[in-house]
Design a protein around this ligand. Structure first.
Ligand code: ADP
Ligand code: MG
Length: 359
């Protein structure tokens, strides 16, 4: 079922004036892992709150499993939730915390005990049943929160920046763990983050939010390879932006006269007529440094500095007109021996340069 979760024409204002959700249309399939990714204030949490039922849409409808949710109370929606600040109850043990949603649902005691045990084993915290949250690490507490969200077999689980408070290593471990849990249970997951790596790692599809709208929704690789606009190109992964003007077309490629001098061929994303201003977006790892001499469309550049990142290195160049671009190379590349100030040539393939209209 493609439309297990369905937002149709949803708008939301808190103050009656500005719409923080402008026109949200989003279909999520049963079993899908969809991430809402976007900068702070873009409306991600509001979208989740609407789905959870803690906020009401100003207009539009939200459906879950075909049922309109607008008038269904939060506790009747059968939705599990993990929030960054959705703390555990400090006065309850781990087992009591996990059993809480079951007690609220007036489940019989033996069944609660059985389910809590299963949930604890599931997140590998079987030995911690009688501990209090303060006696556990941040990552363990978050696993308890995950168990508590799953224990009543919800149809849908919502997670709002659940890993934000954890350090990098633990965060990455939990990302994999949550992804595995999703795979094993086959639940539908809507996950919110502002961290692009997290979104790329975890999701079946990513909805990129900005300014109360979904800018693009697609599978991680498709979003990265074919961003639909400047915002998505810049937000998801690093990108270089080369300013220029459309000089014409040639064998299906857009020919762009760069502000920094020279011409390049690129793939037009927007409709662009001759003479129109454009920005050509190129990923750092798609920029070839000192390619074979016969390579077309080379851009002369000067090396500014090289920054080491362990497995990769970033070379920062300045083009003729002053535009700065970054190229990413593997550690060990002989090109990394270039000294700052050295002259170099840069080039990219036509399909790796994506030309956007100026916005
Ligand atoms: P995100 O989760 O992407 O950071 P939010 O959905 O929290 O974004 O917020 C979107 C906008 O709505 C922001 O401008 C925020 O200040 C505003 N907002 C969020 N919650 C409320 C609220 N309860 N009352 C008023 N304004 C709010
Ligand atoms: Mg938020």
């Amino acid at each position: 079922m493609r439309d297990f979760v369905q937002f149709s024409g949803v708008q939301k204002t808190y103050d009656g004036e500005s719409l923080v959700i402008k026109d949200l249309n989003l279909d999520i399939a049963k079993g899908e892992f969809v991430t809402l990714l976007g900068p702070s204030g873009s409306g991600k949490s509001t979208a989740l709150m609407l789905l959870a039922g803690f906020e009401q849409p100003t207009s539009g409808t939200i459906r879950l499993g075909g049922r309109t949710l607008n008038s269904v109370a939060p506790h009747d929606r059968n939705i599990g939730m993990v929030f960054q600040n959705y703390a555990l109850f400090p006065h309850m043990t781990v087992a009591e915390n996990i059993g809480y949603p079951l007690r609220v649902r007036k489940m019989a005691k033996p069944e609660i005990a059985e389910r809590v045990k299963r949930a604890l084993d599931f997140v590998q915290l079987g030995r911690f049943a009688d501990r209090y949250p303060r006696q556990m690490s941040g990552g363990q507490q978050q696993r308890v929160a995950v168990a508590r969200a799953l224990v009543f077999d919800p149809a849908l689980v919502l997670m709002d920046e659940p890993l934000g408070a954890l350090d990098k290593k633990l965060r990455e471990e939990m990302q994999v763990e949550i992804k595995h849990i999703h795979g094993r249970l086959g639940i539908t997951m809507v996950f919110v983050t502002h961290d692009q790596d997290e979104a790329l790692t975890m999701s079946d599809r990513i909805a990129v939010f900005n300014d109360g709208r979904i800018q693009q929704i697609d599978a991680p690789a498709a979003l990265y390879e074919r961003p639909a606009n400047q915002f998505v190109a810049g937000f998801l992964g690093d990108t270089n932006m080369l300013p220029g003007e459309v000089a014409g077309e040639e064998a299906g490629a857009l020919v762009v006269a760069l502000k920094d001098g020279g011409r390049v061929r690129a793939t037009a994303v927007d409709t662009l007529s001759r003479g129109a201003g454009t920005l050509v977006s190129v990923r750092p790892e798609r920029l070839a440094v000192n390619p074979a001499p016969e390579t077309p469309d080379q851009m002369p550049a000067t090396l500014v500095e090289t920054i080491y990142h362990g497995a990769t290195a970033r070379m920062i160049f300045r083009l003729g007109g002053g535009t700065t671009v970054a190229a990413q190379l593997r550690a060990g590349s002989p090109l990394l021996a270039l000294e700052p100030g050295a002259a170099a040539r840069l080039a990219f393939g036509q399909s790796d340069g994506r030309a956007f209209a100026l916005s």
